[in-house]
Design a protein around this ligand. Structure first.
Ligand code: SAM
Length: 217
């Protein structure tokens, strides 16, 4: 399979044609070999417009959702970013291509370890992978210029808001377990401006400031 032309088509027809405007985001997505972030038997579907299973009951997000969330973050090359929900590490790679430093936190050890290995093999040196409850953020490296949560939360975790730098942006899907709205929260002094964006469906953010006691997963 010609992954490079599949990637080009994905960028043109699934992303640019549907309104993604940031050239930086489009270029980065065209560069990263997304098929290396999914199980081998699913590689042929890596450039289609839907999430894919990555094991442990989790998913790699739909490419359009990765693009829209990254665009909303308005990243600068000097930014320090926190990602909650490493999963496959694909979104982590997208962030690391644009920003200066990325901390990504994942609650499932097996996924965190696999993603770390994958990102190391691809040569990323500006990423730190942590295993833990990201609903509490990651205080040792706070504050962050941007925080992205790639799992759905019943509400906006206070800990994440507190770990934003002045002018910092937090992108998070908030709502019920079956449907959420993508929120963008911008810290301005002691205030937080909230914008509502598209509807979305994410796996749950499981943790102290997310969904508590969500099965035993
Ligand atoms: N960004 C990922 C990617 O590019 O593959 C997709 C992430 S997947 C949709 C959501 C991930 O969030 C899952 O791997 C899940 O285990 C993780 N997660 C859920 N609750 C979490 C928490 N409290 N802290 C850290 N990770 C969490």
């Amino acid at each position: 399979m010609d992954f490079s032309s599949a990637r080009k088509s994905m960028v043109e027809y699934q992303l640019r044609a549907r309104g993604i405007q940031s050239e930086v985001v489009l270029q980065v997505i065209e560069k990263i070999p997304r098929h290396l972030f999914v199980p081998e038997k699913l590689q042929e579907y890596a450039y289609e417009d839907h999430p894919l299973s990555i094991g442990c009951g989790q998913t790699i997000s739909q490419p359009y959702m990765v693009a829209i969330m990254t665009e909303l973050l308005e990243l600068k090359t000097s930014d320090r970013v926190l990602e909650v929900g490493t999963g496959s590490g694909y979104q982590t790679a997208v962030l690391a291509e644009i920003a200066q430093h990325v901390v990504s936190i994942e609650r499932i050890k097996e996924l965190a370890e696999k993603a770390e290995q994958r990102l190391m093999n691809l040569g990323y040196t500006n990423i730190k992978i942590v295993c833990g409850d990201g609903s509490l953020g990651y205080p040792p490296e706070a504050p962050y210029d941007a925080i992205i949560v790639t799992a759905g939360s019943p509400e906006v975790p206070e800990s994440l808001k507190k770990q934003l730098n002045e002018g910092g942006r937090l992108i998070i899907p908030v709502g019920g377990s079956n449907l959420q709205v993508l929120l963008k929260i911008i810290k301005k002094g002691n205030d937080y401006r909230i914008e509502k964006h598209t509807s979305c469906i994410f796996v749950p953010l499981i943790g102290s400031e997310g969904w508590k006691n969500y099965g035993d997963n």
